[in-house]
Design a protein around this ligand. Structure first.
Ligand code: SF4
Length: 466
């Protein structure tokens, strides 16, 4: 594995969960699309077994509807909540669905969607898909939802939005040290090198369509979160606060376009995104749904502060997101971005590190200053546990994204004030995330069996849906 692409780390999808909603939908869609290509016009009967954490999540957490929509051929990037509800109603009422490519699929969630509370050996989030033509079992495959919407098959190969194949990237790297060495040798910024690894030559003035598309979805999500009030679903009775907080900032600044300071704005932007996530809204994984608020919040706060023309905005967005991609890829390669594996240090910690790096790059920092910012941000998230109340990605997750955004801005400020010399490297801190995650008791890794999850218990715990 020699680096990740922009679309691997940042994926347009839906809430509330990258591992429990987006990943299972992608796995189901992949299983069926492979079968349909070889099937001709015949009909199929399908069963799906959810293992471990996915089984424990239950009907209320989105996995069954996501899998059913995936079997029909929907993808998380384009599916809507009404799509999922309509397919679910048809499947449960008739047991027969018509796929987007016209095949008849026999699947009734009430008896063809099975739950096995025991996790498979490879990962806590496993799935087994089986298909029959008549009485003959014609296919059986296992998939694993490994975090951030990424899915691996039983051979450990990533699906579709996959890491670049070994040898494919012109400047392969597996560590920050290798990445900085390439930048020095080729006289490229981290963002430019990241783009070239995707065979995309990013010149200073060039429009970056992939980054621009991601930013449009991120930005919409912030705006929706800032303008929506009410209560979040799930039974905790959590009230949305981003809208009220934003209006408070606006009033304090007498209606200025960019009220208060960047950290205050970023905190509210991050909470707006994570309230949208909790409500099942459209968003971009960054690198997961649970930690999706930090990167867009810091980027929006940065753009607020700089009066850029359209080309300038595009350039800063591209530089920010492509730099953040490189850092997120290092976490994925050398530790984890899954709360089930290493706790929240791999989600909010990784996101804060990515945002600090992106901001430092957009501010013109050197590769070593970017590394320093990324290292500071995650260093102060080490040991961060995952213990949300009720297993819902609401408390403490929404505020935690706000705090992560503030931390990212502070880390970038510290790094930009320095000379790129520092004691602990980013590679060392990422290794520490991995080792700390290994030592962390399972009660603090997306099981909702310890910490805040039990002290603040208000509704029955199932499993975390980050
Ligand atoms: S506490 Fe857990 S569920 Fe919440 S954001 Fe962190 S990793 Fe995700």
């Amino acid at each position: 594995m020699h680096g990740f692409a922009l679309n691997d780390i940042f994926k347009i999808g839906i809430g509330p969960s990258s591992s429990h909603t987006m990943g299972p939908m992608h796995a189901a869609q992949h299983f069926m699309s492979n079968l349909e290509q070889t099937l001709g016009n015949g009909s199929l009967k399908v069963s799906v077994t959810l293992h471990g954490s996915l089984a424990a999540t239950g009907d209320g957490h989105g996995t069954p509807g996501a899998v059913t929509a995936g079997l029909v051929g929907h993808h998380y990037e384009t599916v809507t909540l009404p799509d999922i509800e309509s397919i679910w109603d048809t499947a449960t009422a008739t047991g027969v669905m018509r796929s987007l490519s016209g095949h008849e699929i026999h699947f009734n969630p009430s008896h063809d969607l099975l739950r096995d509370m025991e996790p498979l050996a490879s990962h806590p989030n496993g799935m087994t898909f089986r298909a029959w033509a008549g009485d003959a079992l014609i296919d059986e495959k296992q998939y694993f939802s490994v975090g951030g919407g990424m899915v691996e098959d039983q051979m450990g190969h990533a699906l579709a939005t996959s890491p670049l194949p070994v040898g494919d990237a012109p400047f392969p790297y597996k560590s920050m040290e290798e990445l900085v060495r390439w930048c020095d040798q080729e006289k490229l910024s981290i963002a430019q090198l990241q783009a070239r690894n995707e065979h995309f030559c990013l010149k200073r003035e060039e429009y970056d369509p992939i980054a621009a598309k991601l930013w449009a979805v991120m930005s919409d999500c912030i705006d929706r979160g800032l303008s929506t009030e009410g209560q979040l679903p799930g039974g905790l009775n959590v009230k949305r606060r981003a809208s009220t907080l934003w209006n408070r900032l606006l009033n304090n600044s007498h209606g200025d376009k960019a009220p208060a300071n960047a950290a205050q704005r970023a905190m509210v932007y991050a909470m707006a995104v994570n309230e949208e996530n909790a409500a099942g809204g459209r968003l971009v994984t960054a690198p997961t749904n649970g930690a999706a608020g930090i990167v867009p919040a810091v980027l929006r706060a940065h753009l607020d502060e700089h009066k850029l023309n359209e080309a300038g905005v595009n350039r800063h967005v591209s530089t920010f997101l492509r730099t953040a991609t490189a850092i997120g890829g290092l976490f994925k390669m050398n530790a984890s971005i899954s709360g089930a594996e290493v706790g929240c240090q791999g989600e909010v910690g990784a996101a804060a590190s990515m945002a600090a790096a992106g901001l430092t790059a957009a501010m013109g920092g050197s590769p070593r200053q970017i590394e320093n910012a990324a290292e500071i941000a995650v260093e102060h998230c080490l040991g961060l546990t995952c213990d949300p109340i009720g297993g819902l990605v609401q408390v403490p997750c929404i505020e935690r994204n706000g705090m992560g955004a503030v931390k990212a801005i502070a880390a970038s400020d510290l790094a930009l004030a320095g000379d790129g010399q520092f004691m602990i490297s980013l590679d060392q801190v990422i290794d520490t995330v991995r080792e700390t995650g290994k030592d962390m008791d399972s009660r603090y890794k997306e099981t909702a069996r310890g910490g805040l999850a039990i002290h603040g218990l208000k509704i029955p715990v199932t499993a975390v849906e980050c």
